[in-house]
Design a protein around this ligand. Structure first.
Ligand SMILES: [Zn+2]
Length: 408
């Protein structure tokens, strides 16, 4: 197997700036089908130039297109196709000789599709163009020197792929507080090569995370009915009833305690939850399936949500800038229920997160919670065959550097 060697370099990028990134970059969703462009049969004038813009924090589709000299008609034609830009996405605008307006915009957002707005006559139309590519399996290791974000992007992961990688292990490790320097991911993943020889990282098939003396193995398996899930090497489910944290990336600024000085009141009182610092607007997820029992203003807690889960568990989320659910609504694990804010008695944007067992407040960071259903017996032979093929590849995965492109 040919391995592309990719360097893991060390650039300090704190979790806070990553949290800022996450807030500004919602995960991509499948785009609705767009009207297709009528073929222009006349030979087009030659391409004059292509302008590139890498999406940065604070950019909007409108600000980028204006800065690149694209007409308003292009933005109108985009529909919702440019609504979900991620930091690091590249927008290309192509100009032809003799034209006063660009003839095409391209956005490579999803590895499988290019979002394109092209001009026919004087009209712009948007569509999704499938990107043809060859898929090869490869093994690679990534060592975290400063942050998961830095390590994974340096080996070619897109922003959304970094989040997907974190999601595989989000039941085991709280990436806010528990990922140690020197943590190592070994991965078997797809490498996609397009017509121009450009290579990109595709889906992850299996992964081992070694973190602070603990090791976790995750293997992606598609069951006979088409459902894709992650399992441990023994076939047990990796999905647990509770996520480790309601925010994907943040940092704990104030832990659980039975007595501390309140930052506003100045008095001693218990802090019955943890404070997770994250920028205003950062998505908050329900940590487990459940039913919303409170959703509204709650005095010092500001905008507040409470969710009741099976087994006597309740979770609380306070100081939100917005609430995305209603009382009595059923929510799923990982569902966006609100956004980080600083409402109520709060000194800055953060999530105050509470975890109760039978009405008693517990430290959310110390909870050990039940696991969900295992792989069915009928699926085990196929799963174990996949495991026995993929585990040796995983265990052999080594760090790769971008400079060398080893053949053979
Ligand atoms: Zn708090």
């Amino acid at each position: 197997m040919r391995l592309s060697r990719v360097a893991v370099t060390s650039v300090v990028l704190g979790l806070l700036s990553f949290a800022a990134y996450v807030a500004a970059a919602p995960r991509p969703v499948a785009q609705p089908p767009m009207a297709s462009v009528t073929a222009d049969l006349a030979a087009p004038p030659p391409l004059l130039r292509t302008e590139r813009h890498e999406v940065r924090e604070g950019d909007t589709a409108g600000s980028i297109l204006r800065a690149m000299g694209a007409p308003a008609a292009m933005l109108t034609a985009a529909g919702n196709g440019l609504d979900r830009l991620s930091i690091g996405d590249e927008i290309l605008i192509d100009w032809r000789e003799g034209d006063s307006q660009p003839f095409r915009l391209r956005l490579h957002h999803d590895p499988a599709f290019t979002f394109e707005i092209a001009r026919t006559g004087d009209k712009y139309k948007a569509r999704q163009v499938p990107v043809p590519y060859v898929v090869e399996e490869m093994a690679a290791a990534v060592t975290v020197t400063s942050s998961l974000w830095e390590a994974a992007t340096s080996v070619g992961f897109s922003p959304s792929q970094v989040i997907n990688l974190a999601k595989i292990f989000e039941y085991d490790v709280d990436f806010n507080t528990e990922l140690v320097a020197g943590a190592r991911f070994r991965l078997v993943l797809d490498r996609l090569t397009d017509d121009d020889g450009q290579q990109r990282v595709g889906d992850i098939r299996a992964a081992i995370l070694d973190n602070g003396g603990k090791s976790f193995t995750a293997i992606r398996y598609r069951s006979a009915d088409g459902e894709v899930s992650w399992y441990a090497a023994d076939g047990s489910a990796r999905r647990k009833a509770f996520l480790r944290s309601p925010i994907e990336f943040s940092r704990v600024t104030s832990g659980f305690s039975s007595g501390r000085r309140h930052p506003i009141l100045g008095t001693m009182r218990a802090h019955k939850g943890v404070d997770l610092a994250a920028p205003t607007g950062t998505p908050i997820r329900s940590v487990a399936d459940g039913v919303v029992t409170k959703a509204g203003w709650a005095g010092g807690h500001g905008n507040h949500i409470e969710v009741r889960h099976e087994g006597g568990y309740t979770t609380g989320y306070s100081h939100l800038s917005s609430i995305g659910v209603k009382r009595s609504e059923k929510v799923r694990q990982g569902q966006l229920i609100g956004r980080v804010g600083s409402t109520g008695m709060s000194t800055g944007p953060h999530l105050h997160y509470e975890f109760m067992v039978n009405g008693v407040h517990k430290d959310p960071m110390k909870q050990i919670v039940p696991v969900t259903k295992p792989l069915p017996e009928s699926e085990k032979p196929a799963f174990f065959a996949l495991r026995d093929q993929i585990l040796p590849q995983l265990e052999d995965a080594h760090e790769i550097t971008r400079d060398e492109d080893a053949g053979g």
